[in-house]
Design a binder for this molecule. Sequence first.
Ligand code: RIB
Ligand code: CA
Length: 311
Amino acid sequence: MPATPLIMDVDTGVDDALALLLALSSPEVELVGVSTVAGNVPLPRTTDNTLRLLQWAERADVPVYAGAERPLVRSAVAAADVHGATGLGAAYLPEARTSPAGDGVEFLLSILQARPGEVTLVATGPLTNLAQAEARVPGVLRRARQVVIMGGAVRVPGNVAPTAEFNFYADPHAARQVLASAAELVLVGLDVTEQVGLEQAALQAHAGVRAAFCRAACEPVIAFKSAHYGFAGMHLHDPVALGAALWPQLFRTQRLWLDVETAGDLTAGQLVVDRRALASDQKPQGRPVACAMAVERARFLELFAERVLTP
Ligand code: RIB
Ligand code: CA
């Protein structure tokens, strides 16, 4: 089976870094480019972190493109309290010898138009780049083979706010515009990513430089989770989203009518699910999207450990 061309749009951050390592170690896909966006930390850092990670993984051949440095409308937020000031936790990676290859939005436009129907796009940060691409060339996201998004929360509470997950909270206008696009979307929200916790003990059980990097990177996230939730581990949000593209057979999805709140003081970024039993001539709010609602956790963690934690 030939590898599927994959592009990732990331706000590297710790779990984005783990997702990139998973992509580089997975024969099902060929990572052909990465666009970066402001999110966990500001754009210069998310971009530098991505360049450093790819170089450290001996894959500096994968081009990195710097995208949006701020959300469409709202002011920028960050999550350095979770991911650390650099965005890579307590891990140190040597300075990148490469620079961004160009603009992130231009990259998305060019590859999706050049290779219609071929490329899987996995977005693990705020959706600003994707929304800007769709605004410039309406319908361009539909040219992706599949768009898998880490974001939102269907039945579970938010993380950064009572009803909002971080990526949707950081840029709710972009999230709304991307969900409204005609793209073939799979939404991987907290309902399923919070089912997959990587425990500190599991990280400590592995030897080798990659496991050592993951331990250092995950350190502040685990400290945050331990202090606030009593969980000595971290939820693999972004690797799970990539997993939905790599191993769809491990996931159960449900088609739900979705939209995103953009204006609420308390609810901006909330995923709004329309479950009303409407009359046949009434249209639900938003559009139908495949939402991941369950995952075979043990098998996912086994594959993740094999491909990322094992030398
Ligand atoms: O809510 C979790 C998401 O927000 C993950 O993508 C994490 O990296 C942060 O971007
Ligand atoms: Ca992320």
